[in-house]
Write a protein of this length. Structure first.
Length: 78
């Protein structure tokens, strides 16, 4: 029980103790506004790639854990 409370406190502290990261958004906007080429599409694709990769990793770990626990459950039932 103490581990759950400690974990919850650490998560809450991490959420409220983060520093604002607003500068990157204005820098990206300035780069896109100052260039006449098709750099905006490449920037959007890069953002989507960086955003999607952690979800793919989490899903892969979830599938592996599901398979492991379902195999263990089947062996325990037999």
């Amino acid at each position: 029980m103490k581990k759950v409370i400690l974990f919850t406190v650490l998560i809450v502290l991490a959420l409220f103790w983060s520093e604002p990261n607003i500068a990157q958004c204005s820098m990206c906007r300035a780069v896109v506004e100052n260039n006449d080429s098709n750099i905006g599409q490449g920037l959007n694709n890069g953002i989507l790639y960086l955003m999607g990769f952690p979800y793919i990793m989490i899903m892969a770990v979830g599938i592996l854990l599901f398979r492991k626990f379902s195999k263990d459950h089947k062996q325990a039932a037999a």
